[in-house]
Ligand binder design. Structure first.
Ligand code: SDX
Length: 393
């Protein structure tokens, strides 16, 4: 009998594992990948360099970086029959289940790299995921528009390739804007890993059963799709669009949140760990200012977002609950300015988070002491009672 005592149980607030990949101090707003501060990586590194760091523990030398990128590029092409897979989905399909299905399908099309013990197969699967996931994401987007799916071009960078696969057409040249490419590369860096968030914990729990890397990562994609997690970036933009459609009064909207009228959540605010400003949000905001200053979206939605942040940072309701902008608050504005529709925002989050998911699966799989995850619970159901025949119920 637990009386009226409440407990934080299961994954909610317990140490799920030991890891050397990412360090977060939620009170100080600190985030480091393998010891390097996120602010330095966002300013000085590239997404593929950070993926190498997250996966292998050290920043690559130039030769290591070039070889890593070359292997990934050569893996971006899909089996021709996989292209048909993307044509089977209805155009109205949300691209997150399409991405998840594509990654799951890799365990069938690439069944020669599903070992959980062979280091060469694990490395092959790692490169397959990094190389093919952007192609899957772009194909899901193209399919939703009824447009032809291009082939990757190995003379482009990782992000340029993804941009061309997403926005290019076979009928015309596609020249990605370097400022946009840099902004997207930085956004992917900011999402590369984040300790034991819901989706990464899911990858580790599924992987702890010795499910292969493709299956485990596909589970992470599914966990990320929820609006409380990665789906929040899409919800933020839809929230800003609702405020704009209702006259653009951010103050009125905040009052509704405080009165619990709008589903009781200011999307893009709050965090399970950061009880201070999410360091990633500050960096996204800088890029949003740069890119949006040249975009027609700047005047309306960014101003509403800035006003929401200004109110929330000074309002006791948010301060008492230690609610600050998180990584999702400004990313949607940037993704939209780059040209992506709202239902692609969480897919972009997934592409950024991919190195982290893979690194956690590899870290756990490499630990000889690792066991199958088996969270416990506090039972709050009926105490013992005897069976009653149906005619006596
Ligand atoms: C991500 O874990 C990670 O690292 C995730 C992530 C990553 O990189 O993987 O950082 C990515 O998922 C960021 C979070 C994206 N989600 C959102 O922006 C959705 C909106 N945020 C909330 O759903 C919420 O803030 C959470 C889920 C993110 C965190 O919630 P907590 O810390 O568990 O807080 P809680 O639910 O216990 O609420 C505490 C109080 C409550 O008020 P009271 O009932 O005590 O009066 O704060 C309130 C909540 O109602 N509250 C909010 C709020 N978030 C919490 N009120 C209004 N707006 C919000 N966003």
């Amino acid at each position: 009998d637990t009386g009226d005592t409440t407990f934080d149980v299961g994954f909610a607030n317990t140490a799920a594992c030991r890891s050397a990949i990412t360090y977060i101090d939620g009170d100080e707003g600190i985030l480091r990948y393998r010891g390097y501060p996120i602010e330095q990586l966002a300013e000085k590194s590239t997404f593929l360099e950070v993926a190498y760091l997250v996966l292998y523990g050290e920043l690559p030398t130039r030769d290591q970086a070039d070889e890593f990128e070359d292997r990934i590029k050569r893996s971006s092409l899909l089996d021709e029959r996989m292209r048909d897979l993307f044509r089977c989905f209805p155009r109205r399909s949300h691209p997150m289940p399409v991405l998840s299905a594509g990654i799951m399908a890799l365990s069938t099309f690439n069944s020669d790299s599903t070992s959980v013990s062979d280091p060469d197969q694990i490395e092959t699967a790692t490169i397959n995921l990094l190389g093919k996931a952007p192609t899957f994401a772009a194909y899901g987007y193209k399919n939703s528009m009824g447009q032809p799916m291009l082939y990757p071009k190995n003379d482009l960078s990782y992000i340029e390739n993804f941009m061309r696969l997403s926005f290019g057409l076979p009928t015309e040249m596609y020249e990605p804007d370097p400022k946009v490419t840099r902004a997207l590369d930085t956004l992917f860096i900011l999402h590369a890993d984040h300790e034991q968030n819901c989706s990464t914990s899911t990858v580790r729990l599924v992987g702890s059963s010795q499910a292969d890397i493709y299956t485990s990562v596909a589970s992470g994609v599914n966990a990320l799709s929820g609006p409380r997690h990665g789906g929040a970036n899409q919800q933020v933009l839809e929230m800003l669009q609702r405020i704009q459609a209702d006259g653009g009064d951010a103050d009125k909207f905040v009052e509704r949140i405080k009165n619990r009228e709008e589903g009781a959540r200011l999307m893009g605010f709050g965090h399970r760990v950061y009880k201070n400003y999410d360091p990633r949000a500050a960096i996204v905001k800088q890029h949003a200012d740069q890119i949006l200053s040249e975009s027609e979206h700047h005047d309306a939605l960014l101003d509403i977002a800035l006003r929401l942040e200004e109110i929330a940072l000074s309002d006791d309701f948010f301060k008492e609950r230690r609610l600050y902008p998180n990584v999702d608050f400004y990313t949607g504005l940037l993704y939209q300015a780059i040209g992506f529709p709202t239902n692609m925002f969480t897919v972009l989050f997934a592409l950024g988070r991919l190195p982290g998911w893979i690194a956690h699966w590899r870290e756990q799989n490499a630990d000889p002491a690792s066991k199958i995850g088996r969270p416990r619970q506090i039972y709050i159901g009926e105490t013992e009672r005897d069976f009653v025949d149906i005619d006596k119920r």
